[in-house]
Write a protein that binds this ligand. Structure first.
Ligand code: MF3
Ligand code: CO
Ligand code: CO
Length: 346
């Protein structure tokens, strides 16, 4: 999430009042033909379906319920689960500085949140397949979160209506899970954030479905590598600017570019906190110090035009060119001796 995207969202003149649909229920895999414009076609970037802004969600579904016993983050409006959408109290986006006291219960708490988010993401990886809809994925994420006593952080975050984000092919980030069935040629990022015992754990991966083409696979591989290279330059006393340097160098070397509208972020008791973690070359002078906890989440795009535009649903950001985008995200805790990846599960 970035300031730029946030501003874009706030000013989108096309943003409409979304009405409420009652009784949306879990339904599995509608036939592909029922979903308009969902056919792979060849382009300079490969052969895949380009998601169209015409398919932007027009009506937000009712939120999946979360038991009262599970604590909600402060930004979720108190009437979010009960009131019609036009009566929702405005939830704050909640940005602040964070930082983890090493050796305390706070450290245990944030580690547990990261681990659980990683486990839910791994579980998604086991079940994801063509024919499943992105809303089916959302149901899996939601059920698993709630089962473990965690609140799915996206739900009710600035009116986001679902429990995770799903970003397919040309969608860079913040795709809203919906009734589009996944095609065997798709690549799809699933981004999971859980609020668990007072801390957020945030991680994402891009999954490659069985018939994805070679350029799509390469994009996903290079994106995953760029995150690993960035993790390798983290540690106490290391420069935040080195993260963007290694990511952009790796992307360019492979004919890809880095989207600069999304940044990583401090995280802990707050979902999005300072510092902003830039994924492109930059001159930030801050150094990492023990207790810093932040995400790295580079969105790489095929070709040299990485910018995206916002859809009418108020959230989805897709590339201007139709090129595909991939993204991976991990949550890092700087310790006295190195950098621990809290969302890595092995
Ligand atoms: N998980 C995203 C991130 O990495 C944020 C999603 S905000 C949402 O920062 F509301 F769209 F879920
Ligand atoms: Co995320
Ligand atoms: Co994040």
């Amino acid at each position: 999430m970035t300031t730029a995207v946030r501003a874009l969202r706030a000013t989108a003149s096309t943003r409409r009042v979304l009405s409420v649909s009652r009784s949306r229920c879990f339904s599995y895999s509608a036939p592909h033909a029922d979903w308009p414009h969902n056919t792979p076609s060849p382009s300079q970037f490969g052969t895949y379906a380009v998601l169209s802004p015409a398919s932007a969600m027009q009506v937000y579904p009712d939120p999946r319920p979360v038991p009262e016993s599970i604590p909600r983050p402060a930004y979720v409006p108190s009437n979010y689960f009960t009131a019609p959408i036009w009566e929702h109290l405005p939830g704050g986006e909640e940005v602040g500085a964070d930082g983890i006291k090493l050796g305390s219960d706070e450290e245990k708490g944030v580690r547990a949140a990261g681990r659980l988010a990683g486990e839910v993401l791994a579980a998604v990886g086991k079940v994801i397949e063509p024919g499943m809809t992105t809303d089916d994925i959302d149901a899996v994420v939601h059920e698993m979160a709630v089962k473990h006593g965690a609140y799915p952080s996206p739900l009710g975050y600035s009116h986001f209506p679902r429990s995770c984000t799903t970003s397919v092919n040309n969608v860079i980030a913040h795709g809203i899970p919906d009734s589009r069935p996944l095609l065997a040629t798709d690549i799809v990022n699933v981004d999971i954030t859980l609020y668990y015992n007072g801390f957020h754990g945030d991680t994402s991966a891009t999954f490659v479905l069985p018939a994805a083409d070679a350029p799509g696979r390469e994009l996903v591989r290079v994106t995953r590598e760029s995150l690993e290279l960035a993790i390798d330059v983290c540690g106490p006393g290391k420069s935040y600017a080195s993260i963007g340097r290694v990511i952009e160098e790796h992307a360019r070397k492979h004919g890809m570019s880095v989207n600069t509208q999304f940044v990583g972020h401090g995280i802990g008791r707050k979902f999005h906190a300072y510092p902003h973690i830039l994924h492109h070359k930059n001159h930030e002078r801050a150094l990492m110090k023990p207790g810093d906890c932040f995400t790295i989440e580079p969105p790489l795009v095929q070709g040299s035009r990485p910018r995206g535009g916002l859809w009418d649903d108020g959230w989805t950001v897709a590339t201007d060119t139709g090129a595909r985008s991939a993204q991976f995200e991990h949550q890092i805790l700087i310790t006295e001796t190195g950098a621990d990846v809290l969302t890595r599960v092995t």
